[in-house]
Ligand binder design. Structure first.
Ligand SMILES: CC(C)(COP(=O)(O)OP(=O)(O)OC[C@H]1O[C@@H](n2cnc3c(N)ncnc32)[C@H](O)[C@@H]1OP(=O)(O)O)[C@@H](O)C(=O)NCCC(=O)NCCS
Length: 182
């Protein structure tokens, strides 16, 4: 079997949640200490990857979690949700383990989020990325996002997010754009 036949992007299941949290911790500690403090990493991991938080999101309408599996092991994940703003899907999380980065998997997960967004009548994906996260910003630019805004957001615990807001058009059908008034 060719290696690419062993790559899957599919919905995250409840039984994946423990593995997801461990993978998130591994990726965050490989990537974020150069960008944010360890205290902020711990705060955000607890806030976003606690099993109960993820399980509640899996049950909610308008929220999607995908897992990337390479040769049978979880190598990355993404989540995205309808923001409630007409035409807008937010790509909330996208992570690929460093061992598997720069192989196009991030792009594949963005494509899938874009396809779900289109199917739900959206015309754009939006995301927030730390202004100092240069590799991720480069990845987003490569995959069709553009910087639309810069924001500083209080996330509690004494921490702030110093982010760019990036936007990628995803509408294939111009009538979708007209319908949502964008
Ligand atoms: C951002 C991320 C999801 C992209 O996934 P990916 O599978 O590496 O993406 P792709 O292979 O589709 O795109 C690769 C592009 O991303 C950028 N990139 C990704 N990883 C990089 C790295 N380690 N060093 C430099 N550039 C990198 C480059 O622009 C690269 O293009 P190039 O190889 O032609 O130079 C992944 O690198 C990642 O998880 N990074 C760490 C966590 C993170 O910052 N997540 C985003 C939070 S907002």
């Amino acid at each position: 079997m060719a290696p690419e036949d062993r790559i899957h992007i599919e919905p995250l299941a409840a039984e994946d949640v423990v593995r997801l949290a461990a993978l998130a911790r591994e990726i965050w500690y490989a990537h974020y200490p150069a960008i944010i403090s360890v205290a902020q990493i711990e705060y955000m991991l607890a806030e976003r990857y606690d099993a109960d938080v993820v399980l509640a999101e899996l049950r909610r309408d308008g929220v999607w979690w995908d897992k990337l599996t390479v040769a049978g092991g979880m190598a990355g994940f993404a989540s995205y949700f309808l923001t409630g703003v007409a035409g807008e899907m937010k790509l909330d999380k996208i992570y690929v383990h460093p061992r598997f980065q720069r192989r196009g998997y991030g792009g594949m997960m963005i494509e899938r989020a874009g396809a779900v967004a289109r199917a739900r009548g959206c015309n754009r994906l939006v995301l927030a990325v730390n202004r100092n996260n240069r590799d991720a910003i480069a990845a987003y630019l490569k995959h069709g996002f553009r910087v639309a805004d810069a924001v500083v957001k209080d996330i509690g615990g004494g921490f702030v997010m110093d982010d760019y807001i990036m936007v990628k058009p995803v509408a294939g059908d111009p009538s979708t754009v007209l319908r949502t008034g964008q």
